[in-house]
Design a protein around this ligand. Structure first.
Ligand code: G4P
Length: 333
């Protein structure tokens, strides 16, 4: 998806990380537990020169617990990497962060060799909220605007552990299209940068397969109404069949347009004359996802994200080859 955001403080943040990284022992990357792969900055490994990495899957209260476990196992299997799940209800986040960081840098600690950690993450991932719990007075502001944390600050987590904060950062080009949609759905990207309808269609396309019952419950959709909403010929329900299975089958058979239209009708997102108000319905779906109205949901698995990334790399390589062939052909003319 062409996301047209201004990467904001990207250059300043990059510079701040590069200047600081030499004296850093552990890099904490805050990820959104609903989209861990998509919220993981592909530039970070290069910027942080392979320093041990703690992935903090934040907002786990909004994510699917089984999938969070799968993502934690995925990251914990990587070298020099550890992952923990977290959310704003955590009673002692600093202690868990320090403990996990110490495991990654066991030779650091004590007044002579204090443990120095750097924290980074995409906008809106919950970094200011977490950091507010570390400081007695509210030194950082939380809010909806991408990049509220503006200046780097050093926070003492323990007598021998310092945390360096960095502003929320996205990267210049999101080459994995599904990651663009997922980042937009999560609220990491400013509204002006994406198309609500495109994002809602993609989101619904995923949710109707993986969280069909949550979507049906939210909009009070039943299999009978949905059957009448689709042009596809669906088999009649089997007598005695579990209703939740039936709704999953019907939902999977509906096109994304048909499903959005069914939702719009249920929620009164229609223009006078009965035409579906796709914009309003799309905003509704995105809002409902962000506020867990479909239940706790994670919109990618490690396997899916790996497939998306491989496909994007292939597409990039193909584009580069075509460009090179074009250039050569022009030179030969
Ligand atoms: P940032 O610094 O990374 O940009 O993010 P920030 O802390 O400002 O948090 C962005 C939004 O995410 C805030 O909501 C915040 O309350 C919410 N949030 C942070 N951590 C968690 C978490 O673990 N779970 C859940 N469910 N939400 C979290 P907001 O509506 O934008 O602001 P507010 O009304 O809460 O102030």
């Amino acid at each position: 998806m062409p996301i047209n955001w201004f990467p904001g403080h990207m250059h300043a943040t990059k510079k701040a990380i590069l200047e600081r990284i030499k004296e850093i022992d552990v890099v904490i990357e805050m990820l959104d537990a609903r989209l861990p792969g998509s919220s993981c900055n592909p530039m970070l490994a290069e910027l942080t020169a392979g320093k041990p990495n703690l992935k903090l899957l934040n907002k786990q209260d909004l994510a699917d617990p089984m999938r969070t476990a799968a993502w934690l196992a995925h990251y914990n299997a990587l070298p020099a990497c550890k992952a923990i799940g977290m959310d704003a209800s955590e009673s002692a986040p600093a202690q868990r962060l320090i403990a996990a960081s110490r495991e990654l840098a066991p030779n650091r600690g004590g007044m002579v060799k204090p443990l120095r950690v750097l924290i980074c993450g995409i906008p809106n991932v919950g970094k200011s909220t977490l950091i507010n719990t570390f400081v007695s007075k509210r030194a950082t502001k939380t809010g909806d605007e991408a990049g509220v944390t503006k200046t780097e600050q050093r926070i003492s987590l323990a007598d021998d552990c310092y945390l360096f904060d960095t502003p929320g950062m996205l990267w210049p080009r999101i080459s994995v299209p599904q990651s663009g949609y997922n980042l937009a759905a999560s609220g990491a990207v400013g509204r002006a940068a994406y198309d609500d309808e495109e994002v809602a269609f993609e989101l619904l396309g995923y949710l109707k397969i993986h969280y069909a019952n949550g979507v049906a419950a939210r909009y009070k959709l039943d299999a009978k109404t949905l059957r009448s909403a689709t042009a596809t010929d669906l088999p009649d329900p089997v007598v005695g069949q579990d209703e939740s299975l039936d709704i999953r089958q019907v939902m999977a058979a509906l096109s994304d347009d048909e499903l959005l239209a069914a939702i719009a009708r249920k929620r009164g997102a229609v223009h006078s004359g009965g035409r579906i108000n796709t914009q309003k319905a799309s905003e509704l779906v995105i809002h409902d996802f962000r506020t867990t109205q479909f239940g706790r949901a994670t919109i990618e698995t490690p396997g899916e994200h790996a497939v998306w990334t491989a496909a994007a790399e292939l597409a990039d390589a193909k584009r580069a080859n075509e460009k090179a062939a074009d250039k050569l052909a022009r030179r030969q003319r």
